[in-house]
Design a protein around this ligand. Structure first.
Ligand code: OGA
Ligand code: MN
Length: 286
C-alpha cells in the first residue's frame, strides 16, 4: 500500500489496497495517518458490495443511519447505514438523493450539534463527463486569512442553517420565514481546532442563511461575505473526476465539498456512508 498525493491543496490516492478484504491494524493506521495529512483520500478500482462498504466505513467510527427522507423508509431496510446518491429515475420515481442539482460549497450537516466527522462516497455508475466533486482545504483557508481578519473572528461563532439542503432547496417541514434568532440550526465556533491533527481550520458550513450571533444582520452579512470572498478567491481545491469503483473519504471537519454541474442524461449512482463524531467542533482559541 502506498500514498500518491494529488499535489493539489488536499487529497491523495491510496494505491494497491483491496478494501473488500480485512485490513491489518498497521494498514488501517497507515490509512488514518494519510487521511489526517491529506484530509481526502481516494481508493481507485475497488469492487465493493454494501457490506464491504459498511465494514470499511465502520473502521473510522460508528456510522450514522442514512437520512430516510421519503416517508421514513431507508433505501434498503437491510442496510440502513447506506444512503443512495443518484439522479436515476425509474418509472417516475427517484431512486436516490440530490438529483441533478449542482451543490454549493458545504460541510455535511453542520447545522446539528455534533456534525459527522466524515462521509464516504463509492462510485457505482459514474457520468462520463459531468458530476465531478470538488474539495476545499479549510486549514489553508484559515492560515491564509489576513491577520486582522483572524483576530476579528477568533472568538466568534456562526449559526448554521438547518432549513435548506446543499442544493439550496428548502427541506420538508421547514418554512421560508425565520428571523436569525429563531431559524433552526446549531451554533459552532468560526475557527476550530481539529481533534486529531490539532491544526486550526475555518469552520463555515455553508453560506445561505448563516448568521454570526451577537452581530446585527448587516454586520454579520458583511463579515461572512468577506470570509466567503476569501474562499472564492483562493484555490485551495482539488477536483475528483469519478471513475467506476472510486471510493472517496473526506474529513468533514476541515474540508468543504461541492458537486459541479450534472447532465441529467448522464446516469450517476453512488452509495454513501457517514461516520459520526464524538464531540462538537471545538473552538481553536478559548
Ligand atoms: C454528499 C455530497 C456530492 C456529490 O454526499 O454529501 O455532497 O458529488 N455529495 O454527490
Ligand atoms: Mn455533502
Amino acid at each position: 500500500m502506498r500514498i500518491e498525493p494529488t499535489n493539489a491543496a488536499l487529497g491523495a490516492d491510496i494505491i494497491d489496497v483491496d478494501l473488500s478484504k480485512a485490513l491489518s491494524k498497521n494498514e488501517f493506521t497507515f490509512i488514518v495517518d494519510a487521511w489526517n495529512e491529506y484530509s481526502v483520500l481516494r481508493f481507485r478500482k475497488q469492487n465493493l458490495d454494501d457490506k464491504h462498504l459498511v465494514n470499511f466505513s465502520k473502521l473510522f467510527g460508528p456510522l450514522d443511519m442514512a437520512p430516510t427522507g421519503r416517508g421514513g423508509t431507508p433505501f434498503d431496510p437491510t442496510q440502513p447505514e447506506i444512503a443512495v446518491i443518484s439522479n436515476i429515475v425509474v418509472n417516475g420515481k427517484k431512486t436516490g438523493s440530490l438529483g441533478n442539482s449542482e451543490l454549493v460549497w458545504h460541510q455535511d450537516m453542520s447545522y446539528v450539534e455534533i456534525p459527522p466527522k466524515a462521509s464516504i462516497l463509492y462510485g457505482i455508475e459514474v457520468p462520463p463527463t459531468t458530476g465531478n466533486t470538488s474539495f476545499y482545504n479549510l486549514y489553508d483557508a484559515y492560515s491564509s486569512l489576513p491577520a486582522d481578519l483572524k483576530s476579528r473572528i477568533s472568538d466568534l461563532s456562526c449559526k448554521h442553517d438547518a432549513t435548506r439542503n446543499s442544493a439550496g432547496q428548502l427541506r420538508v417541514g421547514y418554512s421560508e420565514s425565520y428571523c436569525n434568532e429563531e431559524r433552526p440550526g446549531a451554533i459552532h465556533p468560526l475557527v476550530i481546532r481539529h481533534p486529531e491533527t490539532n491544526r486550526t481550520a475555518l469552520y463555515l458550513g455553508r453560506r445561505p442563511n448563516a448568521w454570526i450571533p451577537g452581530l446585527l444582520t448587516h454586520e454579520s452579512d458583511t463579515l461572512l461575505d468577506t470570509l466567503w470572498h476569501h474562499i472564492d478567491t483562493h484555490n485551495f481545491t482539488w477536483t475528483q473526476k469519478w471513475e467506476k469503483g472510486d471510493l472517496i473519504i473526506w474529513d468533514n471537519r476541515c474540508t468543504f465539498h461541492r458537486r459541479g454541474q450534472l447532465d441529467p442524461n448522464e446516469r450517476r449512482l453512488m452509495h454513501r456512508t457517514q461516520i459520526g463524531a464524538r464531540q462538537p467542533p471545538v473552538a481553536a482559541f478559548t
